[in-house]
Ligand binder design. Sequence first.
Ligand code: NCD
Length: 314
Amino acid sequence: MTTGYFFPHRHILGIDHLSADDIHHILTTAKSFKEISSRPIKKVPTLRGNTIINLFFEPSTRTRLSFEVAAKRMSADTFSIAAATSSATKGETLIDTARNIAAMNPDTLIIRHAFSGAPHMLTRYVDAAIINAGDGTHEHPSQGLLDMLTVHEHKGRLDGLKIAIIGDILHSRVAHSDILGFTKMGSGVFVYGPGTLIPRDLDRLGATVCSNLEDAVADADVVMTLRIQKERQNDPLLPSLREYAQRFGVTRDVVALARPDALVMHPGPINRGIELMPDVADGSQSVILDQVTNGVAVRMALLYLVMGNTPATG
Ligand code: NCD
């Protein structure tokens, strides 16, 4: 673990708020926790007596489960609420829901919500540490961190790499967190996708917008593809999925333009045959399941770091 460093954040709201030192410290902490998950008894007492509540207002498989697995491996008590079975369906506001949950004194609230800024808003209403598990199209910091951990593990560094991100950048909170994170750590991020799915101000985040797939992927160290977020598109922004697959889908020929040792990544869920072809998703360059494994370690690190700063655990 980094010496002489104190993690300064009570909440994890976005990569935007983290410095390169913070990111380095989180990744180092995550690496030190990784070994716990390969022990026969996968449990340490570090967060015993802490209460963690998962509050998911949008569907999730990996993120929700890996936060739960992470919390349980650290002996915290963890509870999950899915919007479909909560009083949100009876018209309760997010703030009321959060205040009622806060009345049960949790130490940490992990929230996923369609409203960009929902986790930030909750910090004003509850005492618990808040972790953003994806807010609308804004940020998904734990995904950005697990992506950086995966690349660092395979490449031994994050500086000076070329990261290509292909797909629906406009609606992807993963892309936003990755662009912020990888550029803070010294990588260059190159994006490509349909014109209607590229935000206008992307260079403000530090990414280079490419006008064709070849420029984005040429000599890349990482080729990351993203799902088209149909649930966030009111009007059709694409002609058809078949055309999308032809023009933007990542095939073996596309990956061949990148460096021979390039990593293929995807945050999941994959729409096989649309943004990523199955032989590439399952091919030798794919580290997609390493991303999932690293998700547990990164989330253990985040829980440990935010709760280390909670007076209740003092
Ligand atoms: C992503 C999300 O929910 O933002 N998934 C994830 O957390 N791994 C990406 C997506 O839904 O396409």
